[in-house]
Design a protein. Structure first.
Lengths: 179, 179
DNA sequence: ATATGTGAATAGGTTCACAGCC
DNA sequence: GGCTGTGAACCTATTCACATAT
């Protein structure tokens, strides 16, 4: 399959074809009229825009249940991300799951994050310490945080935070399924 | 603290006060002019609207890394949700973590979901089987699905799906932190 | 004096309709 | 003929400004 239409792409993405075309058009002309989009080229150009054309290093902070599960998750590499290191207040606490990434003590975070030059972090620490850890991350060069703590982080405006709040997702479902 | 202002609430929610007031107003008049919102009453009325004033039972399907982590997560109960049962193709596979919820064989899903009368499900199965499992869930009365598989589920329009896609969250960060 | 509730104004996002190009 | 790219139309969401209530 060499080319693909906006209609086919929209189908799998769950959006309307016009939406998809307009979105792509914000980044330039990706397609060919009468033909569609050249798959390889489209893929490359999207990766370029997202910044995932090279492998992006990421650190994870807070190796509890969720942190450990994310460290084992094999779905990131395919999309161009690699969790290169994890940090925890108790790096030696027994963890049953075998993971490939090293777990360091939180104390080592500043030096190691700087050394690695990592710009993205996954935050899976308890809510009580999330803001404090976020501050440390930002101070040491992190520019994007994927936050799993159920609090609104306060960060400088040049830092990007994406929140994943599982309770809110369920509340949302709960609301919409009500009879 | 008996009452709270839209300004204080907006601060912790990370939105503007007018936004918060307008949103609440869609569900009725919750506050008192000159005073603010009565905390206990507001809390109760929001829970009523969300349908979380009673404990909501939820099932989880797919007890892999992520599923297991979510089963151990203690943040749901506080918000009114309880994962009452989990299902997996291999319920007996060794899992190091001690969890309180029973894990049943997928074969038992239809009968048990019906019996329990559960209306919400968390879907943490591999992408290849996600659609098939979703179909089974819907056939047996599930009306809301929290989907962690990186695919767009096709469901009847009365069924609500919320997607959590970790790779997309990282891609989003990656895009915005680019220099 | 203080803080909500809300119409009006503004901004942002989606869809339509079709011109433009292969 | 087929499919993209895009201005215009439409729709939805946010913010403003202030009337209203305590």
């Amino acid at each position: 399959m060499q080319t693909v239409s906006s209609e086919a792409l929209a189908k799998v993405a769950g959006v309307k074809p016009t939406q998809l075309r307009k979105d792509l058009a914000y980044f330039g002309t990706f397609g060919t009229r009468g033909l569609g989009y050249h798959v390889a080229e489209l893929s490359r150009r999207i990766a370029d825009e997202l910044g995932t054309s090279r492998l992006q290093p990421v650190v994870l902070v807070g190796v509890g249940n969720l942190g450990l599960a994310l460290l084992s998750y094999r779905g990131f590499e395919k999309e161009g991300f690699e969790i290169v290191a994890a940090f925890d207040v108790d790096p030696a606490r027994p963890r049953d799951k075998a993971i490939t990434q090293p777990i360091f003590d939180m104390k080592e975070l500043p030096a190691r994050v700087r050394k690695l030059g990592v710009r993205m972090a996954v935050l899976t620490v308890p809510a009580e310490v999330a803001q404090e850890v976020a501050n440390t991350l930002v101070e040491n060069g992190i520019a994007g945080i994927l936050n799993f703590s159920p609090i609104v982080l306060s960060v400088p405006e040049e830092v990007m935070v994406n929140n994943v709040n599982l309770a809110i997702e369920l509340e949302n479902l709960s609301y919409f399924i009500q009879v």
